[in-house]
Write a protein that binds this ligand. Structure first.
Ligand SMILES: [Zn+2]
Length: 296
């Protein structure tokens, strides 16, 4: 089962977030039919999304992250909430670029240069929104830069996805360590040392460590605050698709009724298709107040 933990160290001056996302990234891979480098990029952002969702203060809040790069992957979007639900999509899933020297999946080149945009729906009148320039396109570096610049929180971010030779997901996860405002020199020095000796998160997951074990191994006095299951879960359903259809122009709805005799809508986040019959479309049109539908 995929899980995430929140923890504290050094009397609360250091915050720790760790998740294992192997199963949910595999679900994303199957839904979107991603090639290995696209799997790694989407998996990294989904894993980071889970952790950033858990940083939200309440169950009503949501976070959405968009990476728009000039590389072949185009746009990546991930939505997450506070309860461990995350969903995501990639503009071009058919990307498989490896670094010639290291033989590793080259996420940085697949993403390219561009922007990371973070929108927090804090259940208030206005959303919190912030954009930073991508630093390397490797996603971990870009998020660390975002935390420093937009949230004034020095953070170490490790995100990683290992892909099997059959293209399925072998191991995936994320780790974020953050310095709270009252962190002192010693906290920073010890953390730099911890980070310098840290194995890649995907390797620790592959070796069978749980998020809890990973968090506990970081410092001497780690206190686990919360542990919860996480999953790839999309909030789409037929009702939401129906409301989307009801925003269309009458003329477009009529085309769907009289020319196509129905329609099929697909959710970009999870690739689920919803079919609407001619009858259902007529009902939508009626609710829109188009009174002459019945006898057309
Ligand atoms: Zn969906």
């Amino acid at each position: 089962m995929d899980t995430m933990v929140r923890a504290l160290a050094h009397q609360g001056r250091i915050r720790i977030f760790v998740c294992k996302t192997t199963e949910l990234v595999e679900v994303a891979r199957q839904r979107h039919d991603t090639f290995p480098t696209a799997t790694a990029a989407l998996g990294r952002l989904l894993s980071a999304g889970v952790l950033m969702g858990s940083m939200l203060k309440s169950e009503q809040e949501k976070i959405s992250m968009t990476i728009r790069g000039d590389g072949p992957l185009k746009t990546l979007i991930v939505d997450a909430d506070h309860q461990g639900n995350v969903r995501g999509l990639v503009g071009n899933p058919y990307v498989n670029i490896t670094n010639e020297k290291t033989g590793k999946l080259d996420v940085g080149r697949a993403v390219g240069n561009g922007l990371l945009n973070v929108v927090k729906d804090l259940n208030m009148k206005t959303d919190f929104t912030s954009s930073v320039e991508l630093q390397t396109g490797e996603i971990g570096d870009d998020l660390a830069y975002y935390f420093l610049v937009s949230e004034q929180t020095p953070s170490a971010v490790s995100v990683g996805v290992l892909v099997n030779t059959d293209a399925s997901v072998l191991a995936s996860g994320a780790l974020i360590i953050q310095m709270m405002p009252d962190a002192d020199e010693a906290d920073i020095r010890i953390t730099e040392n911890v980070v310098a000796h840290l194995k890649p998160i995907s390797q620790m997951i592959q070796e069978g460590m749980t998020p809890k074990e990973i968090a506990l191994a970081l410092y001497d006095d780690v206190e686990i605050l919360h542990e919860q299951p996480i999953r790839f879960e999309c909030s789409c359903n037929k009702e939401r698709m129906r409301s989307a259809l009801s925003t269309l122009e009458v003329i477009d709805l009529k085309d769907m009724i009289y020319e196509d005799h129905g329609c099929e809508l697909t959710c970009h986040f999870c690739n689920t298709s919803y079919t609407f019959t001619e009858e259902e479309l007529r009902d939508i049109l009626l609710l829109k107040g188009a009174d002459h539908v019945a006898h057309s």
